[in-house]
Design a protein around this ligand. Structure first.
Ligand code: ADP
Ligand code: MG
Length: 261
């Protein structure tokens, strides 16, 4: 059994509209899965449901992490068990510096893994890990003393998210449109950062509308998502086919496949 097993997952919005309509997906460490599909097909809804966002209700199916169903668990509990979601639209948190946010996030995970008892990371150890992660992700030093996402460019926000990922060491990372709004240089740094973390300790689900991030992160599996379902699966060649041919072949009749949403 894979580390993350999604079985026949159905997800509805609070009003009852079903968006994700029966998804099966298995993701292991050391694997990169790309989920590609037109805007409005339900990709972000799938990501939010995986993380336990309260606005998205799982009405059917299972999300098994290491064999355990996490559907009834809150987002924090899922994070403690090694799930990580990088959001499409990160929020600003004025008054909280990047460094203190990252240390709180690390300590929350450590506490949970220590049976609920505080087990704060020693400051020198945290500094060492932070410096190493910042060096490898090319995050400028002065960034850690700024307030989280406050006035950050798109590229800076994404870089801090990848920094958070490097420090939290999740087992499965879900990246929702991490490429959106990035220029070529920022895209390469972020993509290389993700690629460097994928390995025996971590697998990744890369959700994207565009193929371009996949030029930097080679997916092992590509899943085409349309109208709340996976409609085709293949290897990296499928991403190139989509780049060339677009999503028209997969879009439901009358649906628009283009545009930013
Ligand atoms: P994608 O990420 O593939 O672009 P989404 O999951 O964001 O697709 O959206 C799928 C559909 O669900 C869209 O029609 C969108 O408007 C709707 N939707 C998603 N989240 C919400 C929400 N919180 N409130 C209302 N509608 C939503
Ligand atoms: Mg989306």
């Amino acid at each position: 059994m894979a580390l993350l097993e999604i079985k026949n997952l159905h997800v509805s919005l609070e009003g009852g509209t079903e968006i994700v309509r029966g998804v099966d997906l298995s993701v292991d460490r050391n694997e990169v899965h790309a989920i590609m599909g037109p805007n409005g097909s339900g990709k972000s809804t799938l990501a939010y449901a995986l993380m336990g966002h309260p606005a998205y209700e799982v009405t059917e199916g299972e999300i098994l992490l290491d064999g355990e169903d996490v559907v009834e668990m809150g987002a924090d509990e899922r994070a403690q068990r090694g799930l990580f979601l990088a959001f499409q639209y990160p929020h600003a948190v004025p008054g909280v510096t990047v460094a203190s946010f990252l240390r709180s996030a690390v300590n929350a995970i450590r506490k949970a893994r220590n049976g609920g008892e505080d087990d704060p990371i020693k400051i020198p150890e945290f500094r060492k890990e932070l410096t190493a992660a910042m060096d490898s992700l090319k995050v400028p030093k002065e960034m850690t003393s700024r307030y989280l996402n406050d006035g950050f460019s798109g590229g800076e926000k994404k870089r801090v998210e990848i920094l958070q990922m490097a420090l939290l060491k999740p087992q499965i990372a879900v990246l929702d449109e991490t490429d959106s709004g990035l220029d070529i240089d920022a895209l390469r740094i972020v993509a290389d950062g993700v690629q460097s973390l994928v390995g025996p300790e971590m697998g990744a689900v890369v959700i994207t509308h565009y193929q371009r991030i996949l030029n930097h992160i080679e997916p092992d599996f590509v899943h085409v998502f349309a109208d709340g379902r996976i409609v085709e699966e293949g290897g990296p060649e499928l991403a190139h086919k989509l780049e060339a041919e677009g999503y028209e072949a997969f879009a439901p009749a009358g649906a628009a496949a283009g545009g930013e949403s």
